[in-house]
Design a protein around this ligand. Structure first.
Ligand SMILES: Cc1ncc(COP(=O)(O)O)c(C=O)c1O
Ligand SMILES: Nc1c(O)cccc1C(=O)C[C@H](N)C(=O)O
Length: 391
């Protein structure tokens, strides 16, 4: 297959080995430049600048990196994205902020197939705030549509919570349409972009999104446990507050005063000391996505997923495998889920052979395709291994 981005694979640690890596949608590979960056950081910045590092760079890094993620990957203007916490913690902060911004409304709308943490946090927030969850039932190999959301929202809805790319099926939701439907009902909308940031172009400002979150360890290659990011549209920044009132979001943290007053701007969504080391790798990957361009990244992502689906049809269908992801590229994110009743056994056997996808119950093998580090040849070898195990 023709691959104009093939040369970028050389920038990643381990991409030149025989291992087939189909799990970049869970944990992206590290960049080689990051290995040097981390070493230099320890020796020069941390080891050399010590506590002075906070004034010199680290205190503002969540904001400067947030702006870069926003510009390169999210279609977000400056001052609306900050890096902090984990996706789970940020989901909690945003859901509480949104519910508080819609007093008198009593429901949160969320789909039954959303990622567990989104559902669990929504359930907890609903109980804490005396609200009800309105569940939207979705077809597992498809996903949330504007029509389904339109049927669920009403004058009771405070917030709609949705994933842009569904973690199981890779269904790519129509963000502008669903956002419009939520707004027409007077509700706010919160998008989980974990599976889109760095893979699918996102246009938060253009779509009029209120709130969004995403992680950085998948397609932004930040490494295990790297911090998440949060987006709050500029129009909400003065009025919205979040419930974890830490000193780092206070108006003057180093005054260490008696009470909490949220500082101006997106910084108020920070609670405690930012995870500086965890941001370094993210900055490297965002710079690479900027160099390549998110549209070129998406073009290869579409090419890889089309290739995986074509091979599954050619080689696996006869063994009972079905494609559980949308067949239309416009409705599909960066991975492809293949279904077979025996897939749990197949995935375990693949790991023994250094072919690393993941398994999602029931019967789903996820082929995660990181556009800048996965090759077409890897897809060929991975699908061939599945065929051998099923034959
Ligand atoms: C859609 C989605 N939301 C949230 C998360 C995870 O949140 P956290 O990083 O807090 O574990 C994941 C992946 O783990 C995910 O796929
Ligand atoms: N965050 C993960 C972790 O800490 C361990 C194992 C997997 C993950 C994942 O990211 C899972 C992933 N979000 C998914 O879509 O299933």
């Amino acid at each position: 297959m023709e691959d104009p981005l093939e040369a970028y694979r050389d920038r990643f640690v381990g991409a030149d080995t025989d291992l087939v890596y189909f799990d970049g949608n869970s944990l992206g590979r590290p960049l080689k430049v990051t290995a040097d960056r981390l070493r230099d950081f320890v020796v020069e910045e941390w080891g050399g600048r010590l506590i002075r590092g906070w004034d010199e760079r680290w205190f503002d890094l969540p904001l400067t990196l947030g702006d870069e993620i926003g510009r390169v990957c999210l279609g977000a203007g400056p001052g609306q994205v900050v890096v902090a916490d984990s996706t789970t913690v940020l989901l909690y902060k945003l859901m509480r902020a949104a519910v508080a911004a819609r007093p008198g409304r009593t429901e949160i709308v969320i789909d039954r197939d959303n990622f567990p943490t989104d559902r669990y946090v929504a359930d907890g927030v609903a109980r804490e705030c005396g609200l009800t969850l309105r569940w939207v039932e979705v077809d597992r190999s498809a996903g949330l549509t504007a029509e389904l959301v339109a049927d669920a929202v009403s004058e009771r809805t405070a917030l709609v919570v949705a994933s842009h790319v569904a973690y199981r099926s890779a269904w790519l939701a129509d963000m502008p349409a669903i956002t419009r439907v939520a707004h027409d009902a007077g509700a706010l909308v919160l998008w989980d972009e974990c599976h889109s940031a760095g893979s699918v172009p996102v246009r938060l400002d253009e779509a009029g999104v209120d709130l969004a979150v995403g992680c950085t360890y998948k397609y932004l290659n930040g490494g295990p446990g790297s911090p998440a990011w949060v987006y709050v549209a500029e129009r909400h920044l003065d009025s919205m507050t979040q419930p974890i009132q830490g000193w780092m979001g206070n108006v003057d943290p180093f005054l260490m005063g008696p009470t909490y007053t949220p500082t101006a701007g997106i910084r108020r969504f920070i609670s405690g000391t930012p995870a500086v080391v965890g941001m370094l790798a993210v900055a490297d990957m965002v710079a690479l996505v900027d160099e390549v361009g998110i549209d070129a990244v998406r073009a290869k992502s579409v090419g890889l997923t089309e290739h995986a689906i074509a091979l599954a049809d050619e080689q696996l269908a006869e063994h009972g495998v079905t494609v559980a992801s949308p067949r239309s590229a416009e409705q599909r994110g960066g991975h492809v889920t293949l279904h077979h009743p025996d897939m749990a056994r197949v995935v375990a056997a693949l790991w023994e052979r250094d072919v690393i996808p993941d398994y999602r119950d029931p019967g789903g093998l996820r082929v995660g395709l990181s556009p800048l580090s996965t090759s077409y040849d890897e897809v060929d070898r991975g699908i061939a291994a599945v065929r051998e195990l099923l034959a």
